[in-house]
Design a protein around this ligand. Structure first.
Ligand SMILES: [Zn+2]
Ligand SMILES: [Zn+2]
Length: 341
């Protein structure tokens, strides 16, 4: 009798089946990923793109239509100047502005610091046969796309505070609101006070002296804070799947609080997700030996921002490994860069 061949299924196929089983039948399933382009995009970010892309392809193999959306959180605030960036003093002057409002420190034609970092990644992806639909959060917020979600969040400030306070040592202040505002005059989020009188209105006073009352359906200067922004976008885009790094999945992390806000505030059923591990520098393979000097030069942390020139080399090799190696490519396994030697 011939031996029965047992073929183990690739994790991407398993995940695709799980999404279909877990979600209501849809004409088009929405798979989401995204990051803040606050510095050079690193290998960990590529892992997320590749992870979701493989699941997207597995969904298509099963005969389903999909939208793979990749969100650039370029309306996030510019908090810190990465050490590998040129023109440090110029960049420091623009701290607290939206990243899309910070000038490009490189001598090229990008419109902003955010756009520079975004295009560095976008230009790599066609070679890897990855083509997500990019969503730029500055554009979305400036056209007040999330005004309804913002109103719901503001009306449910008490409930949101309750959810977030469960995981905080110090409770949020009495005056806390789920929104931040970029002052129309100085462009920074250094507002002294924000108030919500009701409806679609917000008032603010900035530390630069500017004050205003505005309708957030007409002026896109307000933005939901991260832990509320994420579930608001899950609702808006009708997301069926999103992955996240393990920091987001920690107890009390933004994924967990986001799930509760999605269900309890936005009244939307939670979707499928997958957690991915960090990528670390381990081993002494030839590629690591080649890369460690780069890290020593460019990175402040154990795994920091890679110089762009290394990205193609590494991402290409990573993809090959992801495609070929079922186990090491699992999102829940720690992927050491020695795999890519
Ligand atoms: Zn540039
Ligand atoms: Zn101001």
């Amino acid at each position: 009798m011939a031996k029965k061949e047992i073929k183990a299924m690739h994790w991407a196929d398993q995940t695709a089946q799980r999404i279909i089983a877990q979600r209501e039948k849809k004409d088009k399933y929405v798979l989401a990923a995204g990051i803040t382009p606050s510095g050079t995009i690193h290998l960990g970010n590529f892992r997320e793109i590749i992870t979701v892309d493989l699941i997207d392809k597995a969904m298509k193999d099963l005969g389903h239509k999909t939208r793979f959306i990749y969100s650039w959180d370029d309306y996030d605030v510019f908090r810190k100047v990465p050490t590998n960036m040129p023109k440090q003093n110029m960049l420091k002057e623009h701290l607290r502005r939206a990243i899309s409002d910070v000038p490009d420190p490189f001598d090229c034609s990008h419109k902003s610091y955010a756009e520079h970092n975004e295009k560095e990644v976008e230009k790599e992806l066609p070679d890897l046969n990855i083509a997500p639909e990019f969503i730029y959060q500055t554009k979305m917020n400036k056209k007040s796309a999330y005004a309804e979600e913002m109103k719901t969040a503001l009306e449910n400030t008490g409930k949101i505070k309750e959810i977030l306070n469960e995981h905080r040592k110090e409770p949020l202040e009495e005056s806390w609101l789920p929104v931040a505002i970029f002052c129309e005059k100085c462009g920074k989020d250094t507002t002294k006070s924000i108030e919500y009188p009701g409806g679609y209105e917000l008032t603010y006073e900035c530390s630069c002296g500017n004050k205003d009352i505005f309708d957030f359906r007409k002026k896109g200067i307000a933005k939901l804070k991260w832990r509320i922004d994420w579930p608001a976008r899950w609702k808006y885009e009708k997301v069926d799947f999103e992955s996240g790094g393990k920091d987001h999945f920690a107890a009390g992390g933004s994924f967990q609080t986001g799930e509760r806000i999605l269900e309890e505030v936005f009244k939307t059923k939670i979707f499928a997700s997958i957690r991915y591990e960090w990528i670390s520098m381990k081993g002494t393979g030839p590629l690591n030996q080649h890369l460690i000097p780069f890290f020593a030069k460019f990175s402040q942390t154990s795994f920091g921002e890679l110089p762009n020139s290394s990205m193609s080399l590494i991402s290409g090799k990573c993809v090959t490994n992801f495609m070929l190696d079922k186990e090491s490519s699992r999102p829940d396994s720690e992927m050491a860069s020695s795999y890519v030697t």
